[in-house]
Ligand binder design. Sequence first.
Ligand code: SUG
Length: 420
Amino acid sequence: MSLTEINFDGIVGPSHNYAGLSLGNIASASHKGDASFPRAAALQGLAKMRSNMALGLPQGFLLPLPRPNDALLHELAVGPDSDRALLAAAWSASSMWTANAATVSPAPDTADGRCHLTPANLVTMLHRGQEWRDTQAQLRIAFGDDRHFAIHDAIPASFGDEGAANHMRLCERHDAPGVEAFVYGKPAHETGSRFPARQHEQASRAVARLHGLDPARTVFIEQNPEAIAAGAFHNDVVAVANGRVLFTHARAFADQESAYEAIRAAFPALEVVEVPEDAVSLEEAIRTYLFNAQLLTLPDGTMALVVPSECRESAAVWRWCEGMLASNGPIRRVISVDVKQSMANGGGPACLRLRVVADPATVDPRFLLDEAKADRIESVIAAHWPERIEPGQIGDPALADRVRTARRALLDALELGELA
Ligand code: SUG
C-alpha cells in the first residue's frame, strides 16, 4: 500500500461563462458579461494536468456536473422575467474549481485509518450550493472502496463550508500523520466587511470531528478580515501549504504570529515562507494569485510552485519569485501555467485541483489520467465544447442541447455513463 498525493483537477465544463455571480471575488465581478471561451478554458486546464504529469506526478480528474440544472430552474420557478442571475446560476460551470469540492483528510490523520471526504455545502453562493450532491455522486464512484475511503454528507446549510480551499495540511511525508489547519472567516456582520466570509468556524470544526481527527494535530485559524475585504474569498488565495512548508502572505491571518505558533505547537518542523507586504502587496497577491499556486513535492523530494502566468507578468511578484529561488529556501522551482479563462472567474491553479492522499490502486481508474486518456479527453473537448459563449446566449435552448451533448460525449469517452 503506497500512499501518495494525487491531484484531481476539475475538467472545465462546456457552459463555462462569466456571469459575475460571486460577491467578494473581484475577478468574477470584473469580468461579468464578458464573452467566455469554454473550449480554450478546458484545454488550458488539460494542459496544466499534462504539465504536472510530465513532472512525474500522478494526476486525476473530476467531471463537469450536469448543466443547465433543470431541477434548480424548476425549484426557483425561473421564467422569462426572472433575474438573469438565477438563470446563470443554473448554467454555471463552477464545479471546475475542485478545491471547493470537498475537504479531504488523508488516512494517516483519521481515527479509523481511512481517507475521509466531506463534500462542501458551498451555501454562500446559489450557483455553488447546487454542486454538492452531484459532486458526492462522483466521489462515491472515484473513492468507492470503503475499506480505504469514507464519504460524508455535506455539513448542514446553517454553516458555510467551502472545502479544501480553507484547509491546509502540514506533514513530514504525505503518507505520515499530518497536522490539519482549518481557516475560517468571522461573519461579515461581526467584522463589518463588505464581502461575505464563506467558511464558518463551526463548519470547519464539524468536518474535523466527522473525520475523526486528533485534536492535538488539528488547528483552527481565523482568516484576516482585511484579506477577505481585499478579495481573498478563500484562504487559498493568500496561503498554501505542502509538506513542512507554509507559503503565505504576511496578511493572510487575523493574527499572523499566533497562527504560526498554533501550527508549530502541533508541528515543530514547520517552515514558513512569508511574503511581506512591501515585496508584494495584498492587493497584488490577490490580483496575480501568487498563493493560489500548487505547491508540489516532486519525485526527487524538492518542491515546485505552479503559479498562474499572471505572476510572471507582475514585476513585483516575479522579482519576489526570483529572489526566493536565489535564496536557499525549500521551494526550488517556479513553473508558470496559462489558466487565464479560469483566472478571469477567480480560479487559479490551486482552485482547479483537489488533493487526495491515496494509493492510486484504490481509486477507480476511470478517474485517473494518462497521456492516452488526455488525448481522448482533448478530442472530445475539441469536437464538442462551444468555442465562445456570449452572455446573452445563457438560457438559449440550442446552446443547452449543445452543452448537454458535449458532457454526454465526455462521459461516454470515459466510460462513466452512470453519471448521466
Ligand atoms: O467560488 N468563481 C469561483 C472561484 C472559486 C475559486 N476557488 C478557490 N479559491 N479555491 C467562486 O467564487 C465565478 C462564477 C461566475 O461569476 O460566473 C465563480 O464561481
